[in-house]
Design a protein around this ligand. Structure first.
Ligand code: KG4
Ligand code: ZN
Length: 344
């Protein structure tokens, strides 16, 4: 069985084919960074228009690299939400069209669940229960996974996502878009202790995240201390801010670990590419004698391999892929577990 996955939830047009051993036959990711860079963030209308222009070529390239013709695709899979509604609709409509024309089933998947699945692509044997931290530009959420496909949302951001905070600070300092990778690189040479930041704290004991206070504090420091690319403390500032984001994430995880006593910890989503976060997450996990699972960088940022893998996981888990095309996209974080959300 060959599964063709399509992902267009934000600003990456991606297609991937997996066979039924979860082997990736191809995974094409076309980023729109250059289109959005002048605006310092994703412009939704431009993103959906670019997906329309790119999607046919991305799917064609994906099939060519997999060495397959389209009639060899047995199942289509696509991201249904959350994400930018226009962008989601391009992928969903395209996948529906293919499934309808070739009379093949279509499996829709949730974007955050697909990010969690990305941790299993290279490590199918994870000990459960596991805690998964999904840290991206649109979301910062944590999940308790009893087993694959069986999980519960335990924390989510109340305002900005961690990646969004990194991107906004980078935009303010005129570092280009996306800012996360730029900060990652520049912060390598900085002193993370130079600036101190008060970390967010939930007074109601919840496991939710918050990054807007940290972002505002950083903006205040930039203005008060006149930090710019030419200041001597520039890289120290970036390293300190990056470390504050990492400490906020790991502080939250510490609480979650105490509460749920997992056997493994998963780190997924675009921000999981961050070198310092990967290092600190691994050290933290090993210190408490658990096993860390972090996907390779290419599977952290948005990609269709995780979409096809999740669809395959669902089929292997007993889901009967349907020929029904009565499916719509959803822009916001649904209420988990998803089986309920998908029925809505
Ligand atoms: O998962 P993703 O590709 O898209 C969403 O679902 O949002 O994540 C994109 C986010 C952006 O905020 C980007 O700045 C961040 O991931 N990111 C990074 C790095 N690479 C990507 N953040 C920090 N360090 C990186 N190396
Ligand atoms: Zn994502």
């Amino acid at each position: 069985m060959n599964v063709l996955g399509i992902e267009t939830s934000c600003d990456e047009t991606s297609a991937s084919v997996l066979n039924d051993d979860f082997r990736i036959l191809s995974n094409i990711v076309l980023t729109q960074d250059e289109i959005h860079a002048p605006f310092g963030g994703v412009v939704p209308e431009l993103a959906s228009r670019q997906h329309i222009t790119s999607i046919v070529y991305v799917v064609q390239e994906c099939l060519m690299r997999a060495g397959l013709t389209i009639d060899k695709v047995d199942v289509y899979a696509v991201t249904q939400g959350p994400g930018l509604i226009g962008s989601l609709l391009v992928g969903l409509s395209f996948a529906k069209g293919l499934a309808y024309y070739f009379e093949k089933p279509l499996v829709v998947v949730d974007h955050l669940e697909a990010h969690m699945e990305s941790a299993f692509i290279e490590n199918p044997k994870v000990d459960f229960p596991a805690l998964a931290l999904v840290v991206s530009g649109g979301h910062t959420s944590s999940f308790l996974m009893k087993k694959k496909l069986d999980y519960q949302l335990i924390g989510k951001t109340r305002d900005d996502a961690a990646g969004e905070a990194l991107d906004k600070i980078a935009k303010f300092l005129d570092l280009g878009y996306p800012g996360g990778p730029v900060i990652d690189k520049l912060a390598e040479k900085g002193d993370p202790q130079k600036f101190s930041f008060a970390l967010p704290h939930m007074t109601d004991g919840s496991l939710d995240f918050s990054f807007s206070g940290l972002k505002t504090a950083a903006l205040k420091k930039i203005k008060e201390q006149k930090i710019s690319k030419s200041s001597p403390l520039f890289v120290d500032f970036l390293a300190s801010f990056e470390m504050a984001v990492i400490r906020a994430l790991l502080g939250n995880l510490t609480q979650a670990v105490k509460l749920f006593k997992p056997k493994s910890l998963l780190l997924c989503g675009g921000v999981a590419r961050n070198k310092k976060l990967r290092k600190h997450f691994t050290e933290f996990t090993q210190k408490i004698r658990l096993t860390p699972f972090i996907p390779s960088p290419e599977f952290c940022t948005d990609n269709a391999a995780m979409v096809a893998a999740l669809a395959l996981e669902k089929i292997k888990g007993g889901m009967k892929p349907s020929l029904s095309l009565d499916l719509n996209a959803y822009p916001r974080l649904p209420s988990f577990p998803l089986s309920t959300a998908q029925k809505k």
